[in-house]
Design a protein around this ligand. Structure first.
Ligand SMILES: NC(=O)CC[C@H](N)C(=O)O
Length: 632
């Protein structure tokens, strides 16, 4: 990805089903859970670097003993920082109290973080600030064990403001206008009610408060609480929560927008945002890791029983395709093949752009996420070349000499590593006038591999704003003096903002949108912009279900290739000597390559929740009115 976009979050939830002594016995340490949490989070660091947090719960402690611990960090290396704090604290305790060394009971009693239930989170903020207060897990504390709620999520709701308002109507006074607090208070409200009702029931049955506590823990109906709390949610979410006494849950949105995977055996239950993370950390095969179904919650009771229950009826599944294109690690068996297929499927368009002249073309990629689609593109190019060789050989087999045959077989697809990312340069980039020059050097190039007669094909996973392409990559590539530069995007044109967890909420930031505006100007159709504004404005007071995405009308007059050509023009500049072409994946091919993740709203404007249409129109109005604001 050449554009820096903020995206995603990762969750990790772990429940140890056996007593801590078991892990000490089998794996040599009662800190087994903490170690596994470190790995689960570190292997998801791609999903969030604004902050990281960890929370743990000890089961069955005596009153007065601390049973909830939490650490959060918004340091430059937040995961490292969180686990350094945890480690330092544990080591201090062990050093000061040598008697803890081999005594699991004492460790559990006195050392924080050691426990049976854990929740971890890595964050890229999509709402609110990046201060420590916004870092997950969030904590809702109470003297009643059951009412303690710890929450972390990979999510974005399109209707936070409305949800916030409904809390006020319930008589609450949320302490922050953070989206996670809003969701937490909503769940917390119904949790409080459920605990009160159960306590009342126990009291009626003659139990005192102390006796009631385990009964409440057993009877607490998490699915019912989640059903009541989730009624008005509109968004993409995977929300994970822990309750003070030891129940836990992970709940996924009805369209399955955000990913959730889990695995269970007789020792552990684990949940993460990506499948290979679980495979690697617990050494389990692909087939053993399950996907949590849309609209369902995985409920882990304190007593260790695990159930998957429907919370909201599932809608049409629209799992985010960007997870496959870019966000998730490409180490997933399916994702790896899907990315390769994206590369394969785009080759015919690339061949068109280079007039089938593979002999005078160098294929390359933008590091690192486009590497896999590059392999797919090159494999397809090799097939193309082999076909050409076959045809020649068959046509000329009578007069073919050994020398000629060797000459034919020696022809190869030319691949080179042309772009190099000098990531560290970013830290020096300031706002002053030297900025542009520094930005231009974020990428470097390999000299000496391109001839003036060559086309240079370079694949990227997607193009959002195109800024880095324009400011750095294309300029750098042009220094190699190729005949033409063909930029290939393994994803289709990003035309609409995301509102489900990716931070691209402003329309004017999208290069495809800017290109469409330019085309409207060129063709004297700019009045469409005013008309769309009027239509959006008229919908402002409508119920979300009745809102239509009118922004599609901005693109309607143009073929995708016309928009691509305009983007190429916008990304090129007069000092560039090479001809610049841009090729995007078609939406049809995207679906062929990634058949399980059909969520494509950023490409098509087809939002899977009603709130999405409100957001896209709002984003358009913000653009039209010149407001530099998020649309949710
Ligand atoms: N990327 C995410 O899932 C963000 C989670 C949440 N909306 C936050 O901003 O903290």
């Amino acid at each position: 990805m050449s554009d820096a976009i903020k995206h995603e979050c990762g969750i990790a939830l772990l429940r140890l089903k056996k007593p801590l002594e078991f892990y000490k016995e089998k794996y040599g340490t009662a800190f087994y859970g903490i170690k596994k949490m470190y790995l689960l989070m570190e292997k998801q660091h791609n999903r969030g670097q604004d902050g990281a947090g960890f929370a743990s719960i000890k089961l069955d402690v005596e009153p007065g003993e601390r049973y909830i611990s939490r650490v959060r960090s918004n340091d430059a290396q937040p995961i490292q920082d969180v686990f350094k704090q945890i480690n330092d604290r544990i080591n201090e305790e062990l050093a000061a109290n040598p008697e803890y060394a081999d005594n699991v009971a004492l460790q559990k009693k006195h050392i924080p973080y050691i426990g049976e239930l854990f929740l971890g989170h890595v964050r890229y903020g999509t709402f609110g600030k990046n201060s420590i207060e916004s870092v997950h897990p969030f904590l809702r504390q109470n003297n009643w064990m059951h009412r303690n709620l710890i929450l972390a999520g990979n999510f974005n709701m399109t209707n936070v403001t409305e949800l916030f308002q409904s809390l006020i109507e319930l008589g609450q006074h949320p302490k922050e206008m953070a989206d996670t607090v809003t969701i937490m208070e909503k769940i917390g409200h119904f949790l409080d009610n459920a605990v009160t009702d159960l306590y009342q029931e126990c009291k009626n049955n003659g139990l005192n408060k102390r006796e009631a506590s385990p009964v409440i823990a057993e009877k607490l109906d998490i699915a019912r609480i989640l059903k009541r709390a989730s009624k008005n949610l509109d968004g993409g979410y995977a929300m994970a929560g822990l309750l003070g006494h030891g129940d836990a849950f992970v709940f996924r949105d009805p369209a399955g927008i955000r990913p959730t995977y889990f695995y269970e055996d007789d020792e552990i239950v684990v949940v993460a945002s990506e499948r290979p993370v679980i495979q690697t950390v617990f050494n389990v095969p692909f087939e053993k890791v399950q996907e949590l179904q849309p609209g369902n919650a995985l409920i882990i009771k304190k007593n260790g029983t695990v159930t998957e229950e429907e919370i909201l009826p599932p809608t049409v599944k629209k799992a985010c395709s960007f997870e496959r294109i870019y966000f998730s690690r490409g180490s997933d068996a399916e994702i790896y093949q899907e990315r390769k297929n994206l590369g394969k499927l785009i080759l015919p368009a690339v061949l068109d752009a280079i007039d089938d002249d593979t002999d005078n073309t160098v294929f390359s990629y933008i590091p690192n996420t486009a590497e896999t689609s590059f392999y797919g593109m090159v494999e397809a190019a090799q097939d193309f070349l082999n076909q050409r060789k076959n045809n020649y050989i068959l046509e000329n087999r009578k007069k073919l000499t050994r020398e000629k045959l060797e000459e034919i077989l020696a022809v190869k697809i030319r691949t080179e590593k042309v772009a190099i990312k000098d990531a560290k340069l970013r830290t020096f980039i300031t706002e002053d006038s030297s900025r542009d020059d520094l930005v231009a050097h974020v990428y470097d190039v390999t000299y000496g591999v391109i001839k003036p007669t060559d086309n240079l094909v370079i694949i990227d996973d997607s193009i959002v704003r195109g800024t880095t392409l324009k400011m750095s990559i294309i300029k750098m590539m042009d220094r190699l003096k190729p005949k033409s530069i063909v930029i290939v995007s393994s994803a289709p044109q990003i035309r609409y903002p995301d509102c489900y967890g990716i931070d691209m909420a402003k329309l004017e930031g999208l290069v495809a949108f800017r290109a469409a505006l330019e085309l409207l100007k060129d063709r004297n159709l700019y009045h469409i912009v005013d008309e769309v504004y009027v239509k959006c404005k008229k919908q402002e007071d409508l119920h979300d279900n009745d809102v239509v995405n009118f922004v599609t009308e901005i693109y309607a007059p143009f073929q995708p290739q016309e928009v691509s050509n305009k983007i190429a023009e916008l990304l090129s500049s007069p000092e560039i000597n090479a001809e610049v072409k841009i090729i995007f994946q078609t939406v049809e091919n995207l679906h062929i390559a990634c058949p399980k993740n059909l969520g494509d709203w950023y490409f098509t404007g087809d939002y899977p929740t009603p709130g999405g249409n409100r957001v896209v129109n709002k984003a358009f109005m913000n653009f039209y009115e010149g407001k530099d604001a998020r649309a949710y």
